[in-house]
Design a protein around this ligand. Structure first.
Ligand code: SAH
Length: 234
């Protein structure tokens, strides 16, 4: 497929899947029109790269649905100079999109195979303001804090205190919280003062679980294997 037709597909994806659902921020829309999502999915799924769904990326994980990536970036209210922390790099797609909008992105991933692949993809595209870090993202990334936004792409029982502390005043955390296997609520938590945070609910979502010290423990069945659920989550 030619570059032109892929670009046309991205424009169509943005119109149909993202703008139609109400995301209007031009920097977010432009980022989704620019980043080649097909580079982040396994070869066998490339034909579906611009479809309206999450796709498997191996290791039981998924690349998020394009709309969800756009929604989370929109809710984070990013500025061009912002420093952003993403938890759950997965394929690296979300990090690449955030890197088009913000100044610097750090994205933590716990599964070494995914870290390696995400780094390769990000490097091959020349996105040099995006760094993939291997580790347990439930602890945040103290050495690079404070962050203007923390975007969590896996669901935890609640927002870890560590994230609240690693946020700059005025910055926001965007994170799915709630039950491990079913649906969750997408929550936006803004640090309004040294010791003050305001939280709002942005609706129902379904993500793979955040596994780590301040998240869920490893080893239980996830939503991926529930009868009738053929996708592990967004
Ligand atoms: N943003 C990704 C979607 C990733 S799915 C993309 O655009 O492709 C969620 C990811 O979170 C999975 O890759 C999973 O391995 C990772 N994850 C789960 N718990 C984690 C933790 N404690 N620290 C870092 N990554 C974690």
């Amino acid at each position: 497929m030619s570059e032109d037709s892929k670009e046309a597909q991205r424009h169509e994806m943005v119109r149909r899947q993202v703008q139609r659902r109400g995301v209007e921020d031009e920097s977010v829309l432009e980022a989704l029109r620019t980043v080649p999502r097909e580079a982040f999915v396994p070869e066998s799924y490339r034909g579906r790269a611009y479809g309206d769904s999450p796709l498997p990326i191996g290791e039981g994980q998924t690349i998020s649905q394009p709309y969800i990536v756009a929604l989370m970036a929109d809710l984070a209210d990013l500025e061009p100079d912002d420093r952003v922390l993403e938890i759950g790099a997965g394929s690296g797609y979300g990090a690449a999109v955030l890197g088009q909008i913000a100044g610097q992105v750090f994205s933590v991933e716990r599964i070494p195979e995914l870290v390696e692949r995400a780094r390769e993809t990000i490097d091959s595209l020349g996105y040099d303001n995006v760094e993939i870090v291997e580790g347990d993202g439930t602890l945040g990334l103290q050495e690079e804090s404070p962050f203007d936004a923390i975007i969590v792409t896996a669901s935890g029982p609640e927002i870890p205190e560590t994230y609240r502390r690693q946020l700059a005043i005025g910055g926001s955390i965007v994170m799915p919280t709630g039950a491990r296997d079913g649906g969750q609520r997408l929550v936006v938590c803004t640090r309004t003062g040294e010791e003050e945070w305001k939280t709002r609910d942005e609706g129902f979502v379904r993500f793979v679980p955040l596994i780590g010290e301040e998240g869920w423990s490893e080893g239980r069945e996830t939503g991926a294997s529930r009868p009738g659920a053929d996708e592990p989550g967004f």
